[in-house]
Design a protein around this ligand. Structure first.
Ligand code: SAM
Length: 246
């Protein structure tokens, strides 16, 4: 992405994109561009749909209610979608967790309903909106796929059939405190998933089930018990730095 475009507003618009196309914005996008960012006719922005890369666009007619963009040129090719799977037991700060996973390069995000999850109801549309908002802010061009919530036991039972050779890195707060760097380093080049538990941690039978799986690798995140959202960011950073795309 050319540096000049780093300062331009970025909008995710789920529609086909090519140079010269005119795109009307919806109410929220119009409000954001015109009323929040105070942009008007002739101003530029960057738009992306998660499939065709990024496009430099110019604001044509603009009123408080409607804005039309003209796509000028493609400013970035569509990168390969990230493949890192991130499973999390829903916690109160769901939007934060989805945003951080998007910023950290997760490609598939899936709520996993474990025994101690306090609020198993998740709204997939809201999760996807959080992922899109994070992608707009952190210049990610491929918005992570948000998969429907899955019960823990079903995830274990279907993992190999659904994920093939993907290794599941399991953050085990009860494992002896050691640096996970060497363990993660052995996973370099492999397809990876990461699973973080809920505020109440994994139930004993869940931990036993995880540790019994050939596709699971348990890691410690140090001697302190991290909040689930902190653990997510710490583990994603470790994976991306040691065996990922950093
Ligand atoms: N059972 C504890 C509790 O109720 O406070 C810990 C749960 S912790 C808040 C939520 C999740 O974060 C854990 O299930 C684990 O996946 C991850 N986690 C937190 N601290 C960790 C650590 N030191 N090592 C590995 N994973 C950790």
């Amino acid at each position: 992405m050319p540096r000049t475009h780093k300062t331009l507003p970025r909008l995710h618009i789920d529609t086909a994109m090519s140079a010269g196309v005119r795109l009307p914005l919806d109410k929220d996008q119009t409000n954001y561009l015109v009323n929040v960012l105070r942009r008007g006719q002739g101003d530029r922005c960057v738009v992306f749909n998660g499939r065709d890369g990024a496009f430099l666009a110019e604001i044509g007619q603009a009123s408080k209610k409607t804005v039309e963009l003209t796509l000028i040129e493609q400013s970035a090719e569509q990168p390969q979608a990230a493949d890192l799977w991130y499973g999390f037991a829903p916690i109160k700060r769901l939007d934060y967790v989805v945003q951080k996973a998007t910023e950290m390069g997760a490609g598939i995000i899936q709520p996993v309903i474990t025994r101690y999850v306090q609020n198993p109801k998740v709204n997939p549309d809201k999760l996807r909106a959080n992922a899109i908002e994070a992608a707009e802010q952190c210049e990610v061009l491929s918005v992570p796929r948000v998969d429907p919530a899955i019960p823990f036991v079903r995830l274990m039972e279907t993992w190999q059939q659904v994920h093939g050779d993907r290794t599941l890195v399991f953050c085990d707060e009860e494992t002896a405190s050691t640096s996970p760097v060497d363990t993660i380093a052995t996973l370099e080049g492999k397809r990876l998933g990461l699973l973080v538990g809920p505020e109440g941690g994994f139930a004993p039978e869940e931990r036993d089930m995880l540790r019994a799986q050939p596709f699971v690798v348990a890691i410690s995140l140090g001697p302190r018990i991290l909040r689930a959202d902190t653990a997510a960011v710490a583990a994603l950073a470790l994976i991306q730095a040691v065996a990922g795309d950093w």
